[in-house]
Unconditional design. Structure first.
Length: 198
């Protein structure tokens, strides 16, 4: 295992990495802030200046606690990040911004799912940027699980996501504007993950 730091733009150019970890690397190359929501992902955290070298494991979804805030103590450092190979999971991330690719988005939405044809077996939906922290929309996911992806299903999951998310207003848009973006881009992300055009 490599115990080194590397910039994301260098990592995406490594053929071995791209072949071994089929994450949606296209589009990551221009973004500074990435959020990856994946089943079983965790960060290993170690206390600094601790003779006993105590460590703890923290689920990635529990790492972010607020806007630019983490669950790390002042004397802790992330020493390892593990993201399991996705296997049959298909994942899509949409970043919605009126500015450049490097600008903070009005909305980020990620969908990861497994499916047989158009029938969804498992699903995870995460919203970011329009919320105080990256948030998994657990109540919206059942609208997909066991369903065939069609216009009725897309509308149902989009409405469930918009109802569940605790949207914040900022200079990138009002809460109602961002909620409508979430409806539109949740449906697009599901459609893209299942294999159709966004």
């Amino acid at each position: 295992m490599c115990k080194c730091l590397v910039r994301l733009r260098h990592l995406v150019n490594l053929v071995a990495f791209a072949d071994g970890v089929p994450l949606p690397l296209i589009g990551f190359q221009n973004f500074r802030r990435e959020r990856i929501a994946h089943r079983g992902a965790f960060a290993r955290v170690r206390e600094i200046h601790d003779p006993a070298q105590r460590e703890r494991r923290l689920a990635v979804e529990d790492l972010l606690t607020g806007y630019y805030e983490t669950a790390l103590a002042r004397n802790e450092l992330i020493t390892e990040l593990r993201i399991p190979a996705p296997g049959a999971t298909r994942a899509v991330y949409f970043k919605v911004t009126a500015g450049s690719a490097d600008d903070w988005p009005a909305l980020g939405v990620a969908v990861a799912l497994t499916a047989e044809g158009s029938r969804v077996k498992s699903a995870r939906i995460v919203v970011s940027a329009a919320t105080a922290k990256a948030t998994r929309l657990k109540a919206a996911e059942p609208a997909l699980i066991g369903a065939d992806v069609n216009e009725k299903t897309l509308q149902k999951v989009a409405e469930a996501a918009a109802a569940e998310a605790d949207i914040i207003a900022d200079l990138r848009g009002s809460a109602s504007y961002k909620r409508e973006l979430l409806r539109v881009y949740t449906a697009r992300a599901v459609r893209a993950a299942i294999g159709g055009a966004p």
